[in-house]
Design a protein around this ligand. Structure first.
Ligand SMILES: Nc1ncnc2c1ncn2[C@@H]1O[C@H](COP(=O)(O)OP(=O)(O)OP(=O)(O)O)[C@@H](O)[C@H]1O
Length: 681
């Protein structure tokens, strides 16, 4: 029962409302100042007080866009809305979520209340701002940014005088208004605690949003890191305190000839050989250590550098090991470069002659494997790039390949080499970004005997000499240290090198292909790249388009990469279901073809029935966690079919009851009965 005091207050409110509508005067005793200010705004906006039905309804198409744009808010708010609704179920209330523009995104409530609301066009897609429907908790909350309860004649429009509503703002982590949460029902059920409940629920949504956004940021940072780690041509291994390999990048797997799932979990000693020597290497990683040491393993000879992990919850003994193949097996047993000596003055690493290690691209390290036929792409941009590259192959000028990470610069460089008259010579790739500054000079130009402590007898040729008669691929040239750039320029101009610590001028016959994902003009402006070097290498520049700019290539690339990945994993080539294909087509591919290959590889590993679905794709593409296990097949009953049909129609018509009932060929009341029966809200 509504108490007599409350009734009196309502009557007084009605009188005050009438007075304001007729004369514009306020009864400050009866009308709250926030409400009075709102009435004034409504009057200025010429809202019709004798009304309240919403006529600003957004189209289905626009509503769909809004639902998509507010997906995270909706997903987080849904369980909160459900839980408040269940608390008040049967009391004639409905819970409403609106976006920052006052457009209703979601409603949940008792059937009768939803029907009443529908007659006011208070449903999804309706604009519930003050300018549209006068003073109401939603519109006034959005206009003022504070939680508010609006009851009976506090509403500006007569059609809302039977209602009470309470709304609280929902803000994003930066304080920006995302929308508000509202609870509306019959005015005689008004209770001040309702507002408190809505405020608490809005706060719960805000803190869940904060968590979700932080999680998403962490996930995308992690995925950027994983892409970056998988992008480098060095092998990177994480070894835990028990000497077990817990993580490895793609290059490491390829260098060691093991699939990721085989490599991870192995004892480092089993994979890399002599554990005693390994332990010494890992111990050398304590603190700063960029020094490379030679390590012979059953899987080839590698340069290794180690670094212990510091910070966070580090466990003592954890380390990261970076490996790269040692050049072509000419080293003698006692001449490892910069080898640390133990107390007895002996080398800590035993070297022996081993076959040359395999390249990250699968072949010998000084051989190019890819040809133009391996470069997939029929788009006009790709055809143009390939045509230019074919022409480059026919001459010996320096080529500059420009393109984002993973877009195919190295595959182009290899194809140019293989189509040139140097194809029988070596193809030597050098990653300028990955080389420690102190080593780059001797790596590129070699060193002479006695150049530094530990320098091998007879010295060592650098990459320029090793690439003689062939091609030197200078990858990530934009990251080459400035002081090194002038040395490189000299070599390119004079076509001779002088080894570090040596005097002899050695002629080199090398074709240089350089590549970068940096904007070299910008780097020059920032003083990080020499202009003279730029003009020396920019003889023939080829821009490799990013994957997102060549939509027409995507399907063909997927087909090609799937076949390659499936063959490598010894599985059948799976099909891709249309929804998964749509997810792949929508993605922006910041990691380009390399990212695509990784995504497909994960999907091929996860799927167990030759069909890739969205659930097999990484969550950063779909927003959902991938599933490993397919759901059990279930028999569908007629009732389940009916429920599915109702849900699909409700979705199709954005929850509009009349249109849903019409589409299903049943009356509105029958539809309400069925909604109740199947507990569909
Ligand atoms: N057009 C293409 N057709 C087939 N495979 C491709 C194509 N482009 C790239 N790939 C594949 O994508 C992966 C990355 O290519 P690549 O190493 O050539 O890229 P990149 O631009 O040199 O990368 P980064 O700048 O990181 O060195 C390789 O596995 C390569 O085989």
């Amino acid at each position: 029962m509504y108490g007599s005091a409350k009734l009196a207050a309502i009557k007084r409110l009605e009188k005050s409302w009438e007075r304001f509508i007729v004369s514009g005067e306020f009864d400050a005793q009866a009308v709250d100042s926030t409400i009075a200010a709102s009435w004034q705004r409504c009057k200025t906006a010429a809202v019709n007080p004798v009304g309240g039905t919403c006529f600003r309804i957004h189209s289905d198409g626009h509503l769909e866009q809004l639902l998509e744009a507010n997906k995270m808010l909706l997903d987080i708010a849904r369980p909160v809305i459900e839980s408040i609704y269940y608390t008040v179920q049967g009391s004639g209330f409905m819970v409403v979520l609106v976006n920052h523009e006052g457009i209703v995104l979601q409603t949940m409530g008792d059937c009768k209340t939803l029907l009443d609301a529908e007659s006011l066009h208070f449903f999804r897609g309706a604009d519930w701002t003050e300018e549209s429907v006068g003073t109401n908790a939603i519109g006034t909350c959005l206009a003022t940014g504070i939680p508010i309860q609006v009851t009976a004649a506090e509403h500006f429009c007569t059609e809302h005088h039977d209602w009470t509503c309470s709304a609280a703002p929902i803000r994003g982590p930066g304080g920006d208004l995302l929308g508000c949460l509202d609870m509306s029902g019959p005015y005689d059920k008004m209770h001040p605690h309702t507002l408190g409940m809505i405020v608490a629920a809005a706060k719960a949504i805000e803190s869940q949003l904060r968590r979700e956004i932080t999680n998403n940021e962490l996930t995308s940072t992690l995925s950027r890191l994983v892409t970056a780690v998988n992008t480098v041509s060095e092998g990177i291994l994480h070894i835990n305190a028990d000497g077990v390999i817990t993580d490895a990048n793609i290059s490491a797997c390829k260098m060691l000839g093991l699939a990721p799932d085989k490599l991870k979990g192995q004892k480092a000693g089993d994979t890399l050989g002599n554990m005693r020597e390994l332990k010494r290497l890992l111990a050398a990683g304590e603190g700063e250590n960029d020094r490379r040491q030679l390590l012979d393993t059953p899987r080839g000879r590698f340069y290794c550098s180690t670094r212990s992990i510091t910070g966070g919850s580090k466990k003592q003994g954890e380390a990261v090991m970076v490996i790269s193949p040692a050049s072509l097996g000419k080293e003698s047993v006692d001449s490892g470069e910069c080898k640390p000596k133990n107390a007895a003055g002996r080398s800590t690493v035993t070297l022996s002659e081993k076959p040359a290690a395999k390249s990250v691209t699968g072949g010998d390290f000084n051989r190019a494997r890819f040809t133009f036929t391996d470069i997939i792409g029929a788009s006009s941009q790709m055809q143009a790039a390939k045509e230019l590259a074919r022409r480059a192959a026919a001459c010996s000028s320096t080529v500059l390949l420009l393109g984002e990470s993973g877009s195919g610069k190295e595959i182009f460089a290899q194809a140019i080499h293989n189509a040139s008259d140097r194809r029988h010579g070596p193809f030597i790739p050098v990653n300028c970004a990955a080389m420690p500054a102190g080593l780059i000079q001797s790596e590129l130009f070699g060193y002479s005997e006695g150049a530094f402590t530990g320098a091998r007898r007879g010295g060592q040729p650098g990459k320029f000499e090793l690439a003689g008669g062939g091609t030197l691929f200078l990858d990530e040239i934009g990251d080459m240290p400035l002081e090194m750039q002038s040395n490189l320029l000299r070599v390119l101009q004079e076509k001779t090198v002088t080894r570090v610590g040596g005097k002899k001028v050695i002629p080199v016959d090398v074709r240089v292909i350089a590549a970068t994902n940096k904007d070299l003009h910008q780097e020059m402006q920032n003083g990080k790249f020499r202009e003279d070097l730029f003009y020396r290498i920019n003889v023939l520049s080829i821009k490799i388009p990013p994957l997102r700019e060549r939509e027409t290539d995507l399907e063909y690339l997927i087909e090609h990469c799937l076949a390659g990945v499936a063959a490598r994993l010894g599985k059948n080539v799976p099909r891709i279901d249309p929804a998964a294909m749509e997810v792949l087509a929508r993605h922006h591919w910041p990691g380009n073809v390399r990212e695509l290959v990784n995504v497909l590889e994960q999907a091929v590993i996860i799927t167990d029935n030759d069909l890739i679905m969205t659930c097999h794709l990484p969550c950063y593409l779909t927003g959902k966690r991938p599933v490993l296990v397919a759901k059990m097949q279930q028999v569908t009953t007629l009732e389940q079919l009916e429920q599915q049909a109702i849900k699909a129609a409700l979705d199709r018509f954005n929850g509009n009851i009349s249109r849903t009932a019409r589409a299903l060929g049943i009356g509105r009341n029958t539809l309400y009965d069925k909604l109740k029966k199947y507990n569909i809200r």
